[in-house]
Design a protein around this ligand. Sequence first.
Ligand SMILES: Nc1ncnc2c1ncn2[C@@H]1O[C@H](COP(=O)(O)OP(=O)(O)O)[C@@H](O)[C@H]1O
Ligand SMILES: *[C@@H]1O[C@H](CO)[C@@H](O)[C@H](O)[C@H]1NC(C)=O
Length: 176
Amino acid sequence: MRLLLQAHVLYVLLAVKVEKAKYIYIAGFFLTVSPDSIQLVAEHAAANNKVDYIFGNETEAKIFAKVRGWETEEIALKISQLPLASGKQKRIAVITQGADPVVVAEDGKLKTFPVILLPKEKLVDTNGAGDAFVGGFLSQLVQGKSIEDCVKAGCYAANVIIQRSGCTYPEKPNFN
Ligand SMILES: Nc1ncnc2c1ncn2[C@@H]1O[C@H](COP(=O)(O)OP(=O)(O)O)[C@@H](O)[C@H]1O
Ligand SMILES: *[C@@H]1O[C@H](CO)[C@@H](O)[C@H](O)[C@H]1NC(C)=O
């Protein structure tokens, strides 16, 4: 799971950069490193009433649902509607499912977006697909683009990465 908290305060850096951070990205593995840091960052994000995004793949969504006792269909919606620390900001849940459509839950509504389909023979290595997706998504989000544009760029970046071995990419992107 990857959690993106938008906030004005990045507490992990405790002193210098603190006031300036508008976007904070936390990868799931960091949870095993320092839950306390994440808690601090989260509390500050909540105090600033910012939107938060949560990213996960199908497996992660299913495990999350199982732990909570949810049906698969309700997962994205329910994650987006879990209580918020401040009770004021909102949460948008984005679930990718490999070649199946990306599911986005926002304001109690579900939207699905088809991914760029890839013939089997072009599929090289799906490692990092989710990370590439988030990278593409964020490249538009930080520019204030719509969720649809964010998902489009996410799918583009993921599509490039899965056609290559390891984390490599072409010199020039052809996303527009
Ligand atoms: N077999 C596939 N065909 C086409 N697109 C894919 C495929 N696998 C992954 N992708 C792209 O990568 C994104 C993330 O893939 P996913 O497997 O859900 O993430 P993770 O790497 O976290 O498991 C998908 O939304 C899609 O855009
Ligand atoms: C989802 O990501 C986890 C790592 O967080 C990985 O173990 C799992 O295999 C991934 N699932 C799919 C369907 O790619």
